[in-house]
Design a protein around this ligand. Structure first.
Ligand SMILES: [Zn+2]
Length: 282
């Protein structure tokens, strides 16, 4: 069983569009698939209004406490329990294996990448896919849907398909869904009328695949005045001594010869940037 969620953040519709495209082709061509693919469009109310969320972030609500309490006191908690209801229709005992894929996009320009929580066999599964992989970042953000899915025994990861509005993000999601279907449900993409262009595009990334680990987090206090230097993008190389940002008027220089991850260009947030290092031998 392959359980795909998209639009958990309402301002990230590209995964939903990708899912619809894939289902349209599957329904038309009915290729042979072993198992079941289930697609869920996440925060429907927020998607309709094109906002990230209505009351609270649907990717922070999936704590043990919230789920045990059963309280549906926000739009997002209602959405969360609806998604859990869907998932419970496909229980563990009915399948040899259950996989998940959670589709997102980023505010900043970025190469597509997998963010994998390093538990169970998630990391090994992620390495069947051709994109960059970030290990350990998902582990430090609590209340995410992928934590819940891993906790109840599914195997999978979060996929960040690119920038929110970029057309390529849709194709990146679509390509990943095809490849997930290939590995999870033995779909032979060559049996489709046309080998999906989106899958070819994402497979191309495999030539340059890297695995990264979080090395450093530049945390901020609410009172900090923080400004990144312009034009840093995800996975850009940084050098020791390079000027990265200004914090409360003082320069912040790189202490690393590594890669920058999630530089903060929005006004809000407590993560100024991350430094990630490449893990060799993956
Ligand atoms: Zn998101």
């Amino acid at each position: 069983m392959l359980f795909i969620t998209a639009g958990i953040h309402g301002n990230e519709p590209s995964g939903v569009i990708a899912l619809k495209n894939v289902f349209r082709i599957l329904n038309r061509e009915k290729p042979s698939i072993k198992g079941k693919i289930v697609g869920v469009s996440g925060n429907r109310e927020a998607l309709m209004r094109n906002v990230r969320f209505i009351d609270e972030d649907l990717n922070r609500t999936w704590t043990v406490e919230n789920i045990e309490s059963g309280k549906q006191n926000s739009n997002e908690k209602k959405e969360m329990f609806e998604i859990i209801d869907v998932l419970e229709k496909y229980p563990e005992e009915k399948f040899t294996k259950r996989y998940f894929l959670d589709c997102h996009t980023t505010s900043a320009a970025s190469e597509p990448y997998i963010s994998v929580q390093d538990v169970n066999d998630n990391d090994a599964w992620a390495h069947h896919f051709p994109t960059y992989i970030i290990r350990g970042f998902s582990d430090i953000v609590l209340g995410c849907i992928d934590h819940y899915e891993s906790r109840i025994g599914l195997t999978g990861f979060v996929f960040e398909g690119g920038q929110h509005e970029n057309k390529r993000s849709e194709l990146n999601h679509e390509g990943m869904i095809w490849i997930a279907l290939q590995h999870a449900c033995n779909l032979d993409l060559f049996t489709l009328k046309e080998y999906p262009e989106s899958a070819i595009m994402i497979e191309e990334k495999g030539k340059n695949r890297k695995t990264f680990e979080i090395k450093y987090r530049h945390g901020l206090e609410n009172s900090d005045n923080f400004k990144m230097e312009p034009n840093f993008s995800n996975f850009q190389r940084i050098k020791k001594g390079e000027l990265l940002a200004h914090q409360n008027g003082k320069p912040v220089y790189s202490e690393w010869d590594d890669y920058i991850f999630m530089p903060l260009y929005q006004s809000q947030g407590n993560d100024g940037f991350f430094v990630v290092e490449e893990v060799k031998g993956n």
